[in-house]
Design a protein around this ligand. Structure first.
Ligand code: AMP
Ligand code: TRP
Length: 342
């Protein structure tokens, strides 16, 4: 069910949180790189969910810096603000406004079933669980439904939030009339999931020690060292296998960076050892990341330009968001506001 005129291109929307110490190679190969490819085939909306980032205890100065850096990283990786809509969530007030309405059609028990809330609150290291952390998935639903997104590419851990979004869209449409597009999730394949270099049975993540995580901003020496000291497995053959999680991960990285299949990588290293293979993985990594790092430095050095990009993005986003919000408000019975009355 789509509101308004039919669009020529499907609309895609996704977000990446401005937390941690920068984006890592998993974010790039598993998400950002695909976002870049989707800019031309889709009407693409990408944003930084900074309002989601304050659902756990946070440092304001770090959030401020990381929000800018995350935008700079995305642009450095190839998102082009003239081919997609790139914005910061808190600059478009409709997100919070729609979240309120959606919260009013969400069951308490339904929200209470969200496993990410249970996991994060149980861990407790982030401080006491807040109401904001509890309603996080409802804000996420608002992020998506405001833009009438057809597809939402996310990682496996966000599947449940996407299901909730679909349920809320269907419920609202059934109760108040067709308003929201029911989005399809677009879950990244597990084959693309990078694992930690030091603990190859765990997913590469911002929350693991830095030695096993490749950050997009690691300098070439650090990159080379991290690959050289990556945990490998018994044997000496460069082949994929369940008993070789470390080498399998490195083969996946090599393949993604060079645009080859894993079989092609295996063939290229038949009869060669881990040492030579790792040296080539490091070289491919440096070749991919160095230009990204150079662009990143140029972008963060020009904060005025970055603000301008975000201003344009917020205006484009708000045009769509305000139209959807006005319809949703009208559907639930809110009075329209008279503008310019004396
Ligand atoms: P997160 O860092 O969890 O906020 O993830 C942001 C995006 O990066 C999600 O869409 C994930 O699919 C992707 N991502 C995160 N970690 C990995 C990983 N280890 N391998 C592949 N993709 C990842
Ligand atoms: N919760 C998502 C994550 O942690 C980030 C996010 C917020 C998001 N709102 C979104 C992703 C809307 C896609 C669509 O990765």
């Amino acid at each position: 069910m789509t509101l308004g005129k039919r669009r020529e291109r499907e609309r895609v929307l996704s977000g990446i949180q401005p937390t941690g110490s920068g984006s890592h190679l998993g974010n790039y190969l598993g998400a950002i790189r695909h976002w870049v490819q989707m800019q031309d085939d889709f009407d693409a909306f990408y944003f930084i969910p900074d309002m989601h980032a304050i659902t756990v205890v946070h440092d304001p100065a770090a959030l401020h810096r990381r929000t800018r850096e995350t935008v700079a990283e995305l642009v450095a990786c190839g998102l082009d603000p003239s081919r997609c809509t790139l914005f910061v969530q808190s600059q478009v007030p409709e997100h919070a406004q729609l979240a309120w309405v959606l919260g009013c059609i969400t069951g308490y028990g339904e929200a209470n079933r969200m496993t990410q809330f249970k996991d994060k609150s149980a861990r407790g290291e982030l401080g006491a669980a807040t109401v904001g952390l509890f309603t996080y998935p409802i804000l996420q639903a608002a992020d998506i439904l405001l833009y009438q997104a057809d597809r939402v590419p996310v990682g496996e851990d966000q599947k449940q939030h996407l299901e909730l979004t679909r349920d809320l869209a269907q419920r609202f449409n059934a109760r108040f009339g067709p308003t929201f597009t029911v989005p399809a999730a677009y879950i990244a394949t597990t084959a693309e999931r990078l694992t930690d270099l030091q603990e190859p049975h765990r997913k590469m993540s911002k929350s693991l020690p830095p030695g096993g995580t490749i950050y997009l901003q690691d300098d070439p020496k650090v990159l080379t060292k991290k690959i050289r000291s990556a945990v490998t497995d018994m044997g000496r053959e460069v082949v994929v296998g369940p008993d070789k999680p470390g080498i399998t991960n490195l083969i996946g990285i090599h393949a993604a960076l060079t645009g080859q299949s894993t079989q092609e990588v295996e063939r290229a290293y038949a009869g060669k050892g881990y040492g030579e293979f790792k040296a080539d993985v490091a070289a491919a990594l440096v070749a991919t990341l160095e230009p990204i790092q150079t662009r990143f430095r140029e972008i963060v050095a020009d904060p005025g330009e970055l603000d301008r990009i975000l201003g344009v993005g917020a205006d484009k986003a708000e045009e769509v968001a305000s139209a959807t919000l006005a319809t949703a408000f009208d559907r639930v019975g809110f009075l329209p506001r008279a503008r310019g009355a004396q």
